[in-house]
Design a protein around this ligand. Sequence first.
Ligand code: KIV
Length: 272
Amino acid sequence: MALIENKLAPQALSILDLFAMKQADEKISCLTAYDASFSLLVDQAGIDIILVGDSLGMVVQGKATTVPVSIDEMVYHSRCVTHVRKRAFVISDLPFLSYSSIDLALINAAKLMQQGGAQMVKLEGAHASIIESLVNFGVPVCGHLGLLPQSINQLGKYKIQGKNDQDAEKIMDDAKQIEQAGASLLVLECVPSGLAAKISKQLKIPVIGIGAGLACDGQVLVLYDMLGISLGERPKFSKNFMETATDIAGAISQFHQSVKQSEFPTFDHSYS
Ligand code: KIV
């Protein structure tokens, strides 16, 4: 019997497309978005992944950290984004303490996927048993290691992680554990380029860097940082693409091309 073409199937990229990009050495581009208008612009520029990040607490809501963001807010912004995008794969953040037990993680992942339309959820830290449970129930998971913004009240300030051998080893071990637990993707934030390169090479799953150097399988930036409209100081690892573009669509397109051609991040946007 001939395969029936599913006319209702969405045109969005799948996790298989992202794996194929890693295997083909094609860099993966990723930007955050939190609303329909930016979602459309980012999608139309060809960005591979839209991350509905809990960074929305800082750049949209004007809060000092991501800690106050609620699951209902994440669902609302996820829905705004997924409602209009056509091609980009969409990941939504599980916010602070919304995955502190297996039951909570399952309930909140269901909200992000069923109400928000997310294709994958992201959670911070090496929580192997939580990841395993989500994956067992069919929830694709993106891990997040290195700088963990939800732990800012423990860290004291946003700073590079994994600088000494012991910390670097721990991040490497955690990355392997997250992959073993069944995660399909890993975000590495603010770690030395050399460490990120080793992790990207050793893991089979795509590793998306932010302040983690050029050797990662893909790059993510907070949209408002790369458009130069963030409220605070732009981090060293980000770049204002509006400085060389005539409009927002052009800036997003420049970011996409720079990632695909391995021209971003440069040495200046990386840590050693
Ligand atoms: O919330 C977010 O935007 C993120 C990125 C910094 C990776 O998690």
